[in-house]
Design a protein. Structure first.
Length: 436
C-alpha cells in the first residue's frame, strides 16, 4: 500500500502468530478456542490475499531489529491455504530479507492434510512443523474429531510418518485436558517411544464457559484440566524425564524452568514478567494483542492502514503487556516461585486468592506444586550449566537425591501433604521417588 513501504524498525524483537486461513479448520476439536473467531469476520472468504501477504512479509522483516526473523504459521489449519500460498511466502521472504538475515519458518498443523509434496517442501525450506497430538488413540480422539465427528488419530499418525520419512523437523504439541489428565506417563511414553518425538509441549486446556469464545467469565468447561491435575501431570513426567531422558527429550516447560533457575529469561511469554511481544495477525491484516485475545477489545489496527512497527509499540499494546506484571495480586508477589511463574498467562487469571483478591491464575495450585517439586534437580542442572557441564549429568545424581529425600521424609504418609512445599499429596509428589 502507498505510504507503508518505508516502515520503521521496532526497538525490540517481537513475534507474530500468522493466521492466513483465520479460524477455518478441517477438524472440530471440542476444546478449540479459535473456531468461534469466524464470527468476527462475516462474509469473509478467510484467505489471506496476495497483497496482504506481501505487505505483511515486507513489514515484518523490516520491523525486526535483529538479523533473524521467525515466521509462525497458525490456524485454524494453515495448510488449507494450499502449498502455492507458502511457495509465494518463501519467495517474498527471499525478496525482502536483508543481507545476512536468517529467515525461519514454523507451522502448526493437525497433520491430516500432509502428503509427499508438502513434506518435500517443508524439508527443502527447513520448516519446523508442530503437530497437535494428545496421546494414544483413545485419549487423542476423545476431543480431536473432524467436522463429521469422526476420529482423527490415524490420519495424524500418517502425517507424522510422512514427516519422519522426509526428515522434516517436528515437535509435538499435546494439550492436557479432562480426558488425558490422569494418564501422564502413558502419554509421555507413547510420544517418546512410539512417536519417537524429541521435542514436546504440554499445554493446559483452560476453556472459558461462554458463548463468545472470548476471554470472559470466571468458570471453565468440564473439558478443562484442573489445576491440581495439571501439576500432577507435569510432576509425573518430570520425574521420569529427569531420571532417564535429560538431553534426549526436550520438554518446553522444563526448558523454561531451567532458564529461570539459571537466572535467565523464561523465553516463553506465559512465564515472562511482562508480555505484549507475541501478537497475532488475521487473514485480512488485522493485528491483535495476542493469539488468545483475537477479539474486538484487543484489535490494534490493520497493517494495510498502520505500519506494523507502529502497532507493536503503540500505547494499547504497551499497556496490555505491562498489565501482566502490574496486575499481580499480593499473593503472587509474595510467592516463592514467582521468579519462574510470574503469574502465568493473563487469560487464566480468573480466580481469587485465599484472601479474596482477584487476578489469581486458575492453574496456580498446579504451577506452584510443580515448580516447588522440581527445585532440587533444577538447582543441580543450573549448577552444571555454570560449570559448563551438560545438564544431563543430573541423571547420575538422581539416586543420591532420592535417598536424601527418603531419609528426609521417612514417616510421611502417602496421603499426607508433601513436606517439599508443593502442597499436594506426598504420593503424587516426592513419594514418587521413594524406593520400592
Amino acid at each position: 500500500m502507498p505510504g507503508l513501504k518505508d516502515v520503521s524498525t521496532a526497538p525490540f524483537p517481537f513475534h507474530i502468530m500468522t493466521k492466513p486461513r483465520g479460524a477455518i479448520c478441517n477438524l472440530d476439536c471440542k476444546y478449540c478456542y479459535f473456531l468461534k473467531k469466524e464470527a468476527l469476520f462475516p462474509g469473509s472468504n478467510f484467505r489471506m490475499s496476495d497483497p496482504v501477504l506481501e505487505e505483511y512479509i515486507q513489514q515484518y522483516i523490516r520491523a525486526q531489529p535483529h538479523p533473524e526473523v521467525s515466521f509462525a504459521w497458525q490456524g485454524g489449519e494453515p495448510t488449507l491455504m494450499g502449498l502455492d500460498f507458502f511457495r509465494k511466502a518463501v519467495a517474498l521472504q527471499a525478496k525482502y530479507r536483508r543481507p545476512g538475515m536468517r529467515i525461519l519458518n514454523s507451522l502448526q498443523t493437525n497433520a491430516i492434510t500432509l502428503d509427499e509434496e508438502w513434506c518435500r517442501f517443508f524439508r527443502e525450506h527447513q520448516f519446523l512443523i508442530g503437530v497437535s497430538l494428545d496421546g494414544p488413540q483413545e485419549l487423542h480422539d476423545h476431543y480431536r474429531v473432524d467436522k463429521g465427528g469422526a476420529p482423527s488419530f490415524q490420519r495424524v499418525m500418517q502425517g507424522i510418518q510422512l514427516l519422519q520419512q522426509h526428515d522434516v523437523s517436528f515437535n509435538i504439541l499435546t494439550t492436557v485436558h479432562a480426558a488425558n489428565e490422569d494418564h501422564p506417563i502413558r502419554v509421555y511414553e507413547f510420544l517418546r517411544d512410539e512417536v519417537a518425538a524429541r521435542y514436546l509441549q504440554f499445554i493446559p486446556i483452560v476453556e472459558r464457559e461462554n458463548a463468545t469464545g472470548y476471554q470472559e467469565g470466571h468458570t471453565v468447561t468440564d473439558r478443562s484440566v484442573t489445576a491440581t491435575k495439571y501439576g500432577e501431570f507435569l510432576i509425573a513426567i518430570f520425574d521420569q524425564w529427569v531420571r532417564n531422558d535429560v538431553g534426549r527429550v526436550f520438554v518446553q516447560i522444563f526448558d523454561v524452568a531451567l532458564a529461570a533457575w539459571s537466572g535467565n529469561p523464561a523465553g516463553l511469554c506465559v512465564f515472562e514478567e511482562t508480555c505484549g511481544r507475541a501478537l497475532a495477525i488475521e487473514h485480512e491484516g488485522s493485528v491483535y494483542s495476542c493469539d488468545h485475545y483475537v477479539e474486538p477489545n484487543y484489535h490494534l489496527g490493520n497493517i494495510m492502514d498502520v505500519p506494523l512497527a507502529e502497532i507493536v509499540v503503540g500505547a494499547d499494546q504497551r499497556q496490555f503487556g505491562e498489565a501482566k506484571r502490574d496486575a499481580l495480586p499480593q499473593y503472587c508477589l509474595d510467592c516463592e516461585v514467582r521468579f519462574v511463574c510470574n503469574g502465568g498467562c493473563p487469560k487464566n487469571r480468573i480466580i481469587q486468592t485465599p484472601a479474596g483478591e482477584a487476578g489469581l491464575n486458575y492453574l496456580c495450585e498446579g504451577y506452584r506444586a510443580f515448580f516447588n517439586h522440581i527445585d532440587e534437580p533444577m538447582q543441580i542442572m543450573a549448577q552444571l550449566l555454570r560449570e559448563e557441564k551438560p545438564p544431563a549429568l543430573v541423571m547420575s545424581q538422581m539416586p543420591g537425591l532420592e535417598r536424601r529425600k527418603n531419609h528426609r521424609y521417612p514417616h510421611t504418609g502417602r496421603n499426607e501433604t508433601c513436606p517439599c512445599g508443593s502442597g499436594i499429596k506426598y504420593k503424587k509428589c516426592c513419594g514418587r521417588l521413594r524406593s520400592n
